[in-house]
Design a binder for this molecule. Structure first.
Ligand SMILES: O=C(O)C(=O)C[C@]1(C(=O)O)C=C[C@@H](O)C=C1
Length: 174
């Protein structure tokens, strides 16, 4: 318990108006850990261009329905997919170099894709909620830095996941 009258410790997680969007990007790239575990040892490649095409086509349709610009929304999701690949490649290389660190269970890729689809819907809602904040400006860049740094620390991201998060957030301030 903090001493009475002292501020409570800051909650872990990404702060500021771009905090929820950043937290969702972190949640999505953490699902990349699960995707890597599902693919490890199966011969399934990290890249699945057909799945990407389906995801991006759906995102464009959903974006239009929500009043978001389909092209920039698709670009945002291309970054999320690129971030997942950073995580997957990094972890698969790490696990190959040091098999003792590899997960012992293989999750279902279909189940993870269902979770990814749910995160996509949450991200789309958050893109709508943050449209004004995300106008390119020094203010957006500052809010993004705050969310990135606090989210990375709060979630205990390692160097690989921080690199992936930078990829995921690169087009937030359009
Ligand atoms: O679903 C997969 O197989 C994934 O690897 C996930 C994901 C994504 O982030 O959505 C990433 C890379 C693939 O090219 C396709 C999709």
């Amino acid at each position: 318990m903090p001493p009475s009258g002292a501020a409570a410790p800051a909650a872990a997680g990404a702060l500021g108006p771009l905090g929820p969007l950043t937290a969702l990007a972190i949640r999505r790239l953490r699902l990349g850990d699960q995707v890597a575990a599902a693919k490890r040892g199966t011969g399934a490649p990290v890249d699945d261009p057909e799945r990407e095409r389906q995801e991006l086509a759906k995102v464009r349709r959903q974006a239009a329905g929500l009043g978001l610009d389909p092209a920039s929304t698709a670009r945002f999701f291309e970054d999320q997919i690129a971030a997942s690949k950073v995580v997957q490649r990094g972890l698969l290389a790490r696990w190959e170099a040091d098999p003792a660190t590899a997960p012992s269970e293989r999750p279902s890729l279909d189940a993870i894709r269902t979770e990814l689809d749910a995160v996509t819907r949450d991200i789309l809602r958050e893109l709508v909620a943050t449209e004004r904040v995300r106008q390119p400006s020094a203010g957006c860049a500052a809010e993004l830095t705050e969310a990135d740094v606090s989210g990375s620390i709060g979630d205990g991201l390692d160097a690989l996941h921080r690199e992936a998060l930078r990829t995921a957030l690169r087009s937030v301030c359009r």
